[in-house]
Design a protein. Structure first.
Lengths: 351, 426
């Protein structure tokens, strides 16, 4: 490794950067304050450096995971669609198409804690408290059968958790294993007896040719397109053309950035992590065909709830409070202006 | 003349049609006579709209985009690869580009949490950890350090990753297009680290972006002090937001994931953080199930960009320009060989310019094509003597479960009608 690194550096030194070397600092910038360093210095290392005091149980983690993570990672951390699977895959690393999960692949528990705390939930990063993070990490390792259901993870016992693939990594050895093999003089003539074509890309037909043809031929076509809203509701909306305020719609487009990781709206919008929002105004709660709603949302619709300005507004203000146990992992919009704007945008775009 | 008139004139709008007709004619006529006119060319004998009326005045487009006829030269993604475009990747249209500099507007994007919009005024860069003086810099501060200009390629470690399992995607944009090459202006990372004063215990740095993914990587201090750049301009203009406006890190020759965009923090540490991106991702699982980590360097690689599946030969027999790109994370490209017969025999290609360290090199091979089928390959050699391997050579060492670091020789099967297909050969 050091030999390799030296080679890289020696190579680079043949073309030194034309920059003067300084004996003394220029005195630019200002001192970083302790509070500022504390706010940004969140990373956690394998030896536990950076891990704050706290704890969380598997039981609490299960509830939190269901609330905040399961929409992408599945209730049992098994993964939804193309989103990462976090559990399973033990003993698959030496097989074809290994399943790399926290349990089967990740060498350090610190990485799980750090990533969940610093970068998750997707679209709502840095909102998990320290104890919530401990609980969610506890649930993830429970899902991988690494701890029992009564386990409580804390900064005290953190380093005791054994990761199955902790010893599964070696430092890059291309310099000794590959470089000698690949630095022999290259053959220029009569290098092989015969040449046969052994594989064709066109057989697979997975190349995007145009925006409408980017699905693998082997994959079934999407089961259902986003369902049209009930005819009646559509008529209602059409019959009462809202006065569209372009500035409000534009503001809503900006607010919608918070939503678009999960929701699509506009021409051809399909269900993604969340349902398509085309025609959502006037639609029964949990009523878009082809989307797998939480039982809570279906129950709300069955109880007669219809999405209108009032219900959508209340839902966006407090998603978990308005429809408890629904699976939208979103903290909510605090500002009334943002809610009005995003609603105007959804209506203007998703008719 | 306005747009409508131009459209109605037919002739002006017919440029693409003309090219197509020309290609068809070329296909029918053999030999170098393909370009010979059968009668007077109305494009020459008749006064064309552009030769008599006006074009756009200045300021019609204060910041210009390519002309409408080039609208197909764009980044494209492969929808089935990722769960969502927010955390995804697209591909540079290298089939249609020339030279070596990649325009920012079509240089491939890879985001983990979307391309954020941050004002320069809101930008802060912190250096802390094992330093004498923990510091915070504004964008303006960075502009006051001595500047350098360097051209480097950035290649995603997953470039060609889909091709491990066999020939999959039929276009060089998709098989080798997770790459771009720009001239960066910025401050060396060494300059900033010296400003903060690295302590002797500091053996690594951890670099982190400001976006919600908080993408971060550990880099050995030797590399950090060697040639890394804190860049704020690319190809002469501000970084585009998708490339990390206002400030990104450049880690020459090393995998693109380390080139942290929207760089906000540099922590000098004793050891690596072993973040998600350097453990669960960007590691390379071998046949026996063990995995290589810290596989930072991008090995030497080359590919023919034309002819290729997206760039079929349309001009019939005769002179044909074969061209492509070569690069190496270990240094400069010294030689590129091209094979027309699937690797049996090789000819040394002409380098457009001498290879530069950790930057793209353009190569050409000019041939007289007589409609014969070809199995086109390119093979790069760098100044450490590393020769680009075949996929079988790589598989023999790494097995078939790799995702990253596929620098294998690519084969295009060019048929007698000029069409090309991505294939694998024995």
């Amino acid at each position: 490794m050091s030999k390799f690194r030296n080679l890289v550096i020696a190579t680079a030194l043949t073309a030194p950067l034309a920059v003067p070397a300084f004996a003394e600092p220029l005195g630019l910038g200002r001192a970083a304050l302790p509070e500022e360093i504390a706010a940004w210095n969140l990373d956690v290392s394998p030896d536990g450096t950076g891990l704050p005091p706290g704890s969380g149980s598997v039981a609490d983690g299960e509830e939190l995971f269901s609330d905040k993570c399961a929409v992408c990672h599945g209730e049992f951390a098994e993964g939804v669609d193309n989103w990462p699977k976090l559990a399973g895959g033990m003993d698959t690393l030496n097989r074809k198409d290994p399943l790399k999960t926290v349990g089967s692949y990740w060498p350090y528990l610190s990485t799980v804690w750090d990533y969940a705390h610093r970068s998750m939930p997707f679209g709502n990063a840095q909102t998990l408290s320290v104890d919530e993070t401990y609980a969610i990490v506890a649930y993830i390792i429970y899902s991988n059968d690494l701890v029992d259901d009564d386990f409580v993870l804390s900064n005290e016992n953190f380093l005791e958790v054994e990761m199955p693939n902790a010893d599964g990594f070696i430092v890059d050895d291309r310099e000794t294993v590959e470089y000698p093999e690949f630095s022999k003089p290259a053959c220029m003539e009569n290098c092989k007896e015969s040449v046969e074509i052994t594989a064709h890309a066109t057989v697979l037909d997975v190349t995007p040719n145009d925006p409408n043809d980017d699905a693998p031929a082997t994959e079934a076509p999407p089961a259902e397109e986003a369902a049209a809203p009930a005819a009646e509701a559509a008529t209602e909306v059409a019959a009462a053309p809202a006065e569209v305020d372009p500035a409000l719609v534009a503001a809503g487009e900006t607010v919608f950035k918070k939503c678009k990781a999960c929701h699509k709206v506009g021409e051809g919008a399909k269900h993604a992590t969340g349902p398509s929002l085309n025609g959502v105004v006037g639609r029964k709660a949990g009523g878009a065909d082809g989307f797998k709603y939480s039982p809570a949302m279906i129950a709300a619709g069955d109880a007669g709830m219809v999405w209108d300005h009032e219900t959508i507004g209340a839902y966006l203000k407090d998603p978990k409070g308005f429809v408890p146990k629904n699976k939208m992992s979103f903290a909510g919009l605090k500002k009334e202006d943002d809610i009005a704007a995003v609603l105007a945008y959804i209506e203007a775009t998703g008719q | 003349m306005d747009e409508k008139e131009r459209e109605s004139s037919g002739l002006a709008m017919g440029r693409r049609g003309f090219l197509r007709a020309g290609a068809a004619a070329g296909a029918l006529v053999t030999g170098a006579g393909a370009a010979r006119a059968e009668g007077p060319d109305p494009l020459i004998t008749e006064v064309q709209p552009w030769a008599t009326g006006f074009g756009d005045g200045v300021d019609a487009t204060p910041y210009g985009l390519p002309i409408q006829y080039e609208s197909d030269v764009v980044r494209r993604n492969v929808g089935w690869l990722t769960a969502d475009v927010i955390s995804s990747i697209n591909f540079t249209p290298i089939h249609a580009l020339e030279g070596t500099i990649t325009p920012q507007g079509c240089a491939f994007e890879r985001h983990h949490s979307g391309a954020i919009e941050m004002r320069k005024e809101d930008y802060r860069l912190m250096i802390h950890g094992l330093v004498d003086r923990p510091l915070v810099f504004t964008y303006e501060d960075l502009e006051r350090f001595p500047r350098v200009n360097q051209t480097y390629f950035l290649e995603c470690a997953a470039n060609s990753g889909m091709e491990w399992a066999g020939a999959q995607l039929n276009g060089v944009q998709f098989t080798q297009g997770m790459i771009h090459n720009m001239e960066y202006t910025g401050v060396t990372l060494r300059t900033l680290l010296e400003e903060a004063g690295v302590q002797t215990a500091g053996k690594w740095i951890y670099v982190e972006g400001a976006d919600a993914s908080s993408n971060g990587r550990s880099i050995p201090i030797e590399k950090a002090l060697d040639d890394c750049l804190i860049a704020f301009k690319a190809n002469g203009e501000a970084l585009r937001k998708e490339h990390g406006y206002p400030v990104r890190l450049c880690v020459p020759g090393w995998e693109g994931n380390m080139w942290v965009k929207w760089l906000r923090r540099i922590e000098v540490t004793e050891g690596p953080v072993e973040s998600r991106e350097e453990t669960s991702k960007y590691t390379d699982t071998l046949e026996d199930g063990t995995s290589r980590k810290w596989t930072w360097v991008m090995d030497a690689k080359s590919v023919i960009t034309s002819p290729s599946p997206q760039m079929p030969i349309k001009h019939g027999n005769g002179p044909l320009v074969i061209t492509g790109l070569a690069w190496s994370g270990r240094g400069a490209i010294t030689k590129v060989d091209v094979s027309l017969d699937g690797g049996k025999n090789w000819k040394e290609a002409r380098l457009a310019n001498p290879g530069q360290p950790m930057a793209l090199t353009r190569f050409y091979l000019d041939i007289n094509w007589q409609g014969e089928e070809m199995l086109l390959q390119a093979r790069a050699t760098d100044d450490t003597g590393y020769v680009q391997p075949t996929k079988d050579q790589l598989r023999a060492i790494r097995g078939e479960n790799s995702v990253y670091h596929n620098n294998a020789i690519q084969t295009w099967w060019v048929k007698s009608n000029g069409e090309a297909e991505n294939v694998e050969v024995s």
